[in-house]
Ligand binder design. Structure first.
Ligand SMILES: Cc1cc2nc3c(=O)[nH]c(=O)nc-3n(C[C@H](O)[C@H](O)[C@H](O)COP(=O)(O)OP(=O)(O)OC[C@H]3O[C@@H](n4cnc5c(N)ncnc54)[C@H](O)[C@@H]3O)c2cc1C
Length: 177
């Protein structure tokens, strides 16, 4: 995809065990570039794009899905909450991590504003009871579908299914797999 007027950026992902992924990432940019070149002996201009990429511009790390966020984990934390990746990390294959983080921030700001406006005595019941419990419950519900769908997309986009050729909507042929 375009990066600026003169450069493009590329992203390459492939399944590995967590230990292998950590090992490759720890070896650094040179090793990651070599691995990408080894795996991507595809049609032009892909090898040329890889060869022209400066090691200083390469970064790589393991990405993986975790269990769903459970609001119970924060019930004892009176004035502390989590938002974004800290609450519901997800692999990037649905492009939803930052979107959900922004929605979390907006939802929390709205909850604080509306609650404090409606109930000037909110301090008596405490931040957790008056604001955070409800906010976390809603965040967990909203983000869960994105976390689940990201994990499914990670599986799908690294499977042979993506090589299916057809001039039709993806949903139609997916149901056959
Ligand atoms: C390859 C890739 C592609 C992606 N594509 C998309 C996409 O297309 N669409 C999308 O919506 N999302 C995408 N995401 C996900 C998105 O980048 C994250 O979900 C988002 O950045 C999470 O925001 P955050 O603020 O929760 O966490 P972060 O962006 O990780 O911010 C946390 C910040 O806290 C700082 N920090 C950490 N520890 C400390 C400390 N002890 N003290 C002080 N500061 C600290 C970190 O340096 C960092 O700046 C992608 C992610 C990856 C890896």
């Amino acid at each position: 995809m375009p990066y600026d007027a003169k450069t493009i950026m590329w992203q390459f992902s492939f399944p590995l065990s967590l230990s292998e992924a950590k090992e490759l990432s720890a070896k650094g940019a040179k090793a990651m570039k070599e691995e990408a070149c080894r795996r991507l002996k595809w049609h032009d201009p892909i090898p040329q794009i890889l060869a022209a990429t400066l090691e200083a511009d390469i970064t790589g790390y393991p990405v993986y899905d975790r269990k769903l966020f459970d609001p119970i984990l924060l019930q004892e934390k009176e004035n502390i909450t989590l938002i974004g990746d800290a609450a519901h990390p997800m692999s990037p294959f649905k492009g939803q991590g930052a979107n959900q983080a922004i929605l979390d921030a907006l939802a929390l700001a709205r909850k604080i504003s509306v609650t404090c406006d409606k109930n000037p005595n909110w301090r008596e019941s405490g931040v957790r009871k008056s604001i955070l419990n409800k906010f976390e419950e809603e965040m967990a519900k909203r983000s869960a579908t994105k976390v689940i769908d990201s994990a499914k997309a990670a599986q799908l986009l690294h499977s042979k299914v993506v090589l299916h050729e057809g001039n039709e909507p993806r949903g139609r042929w997916l149901s056959g797999f």
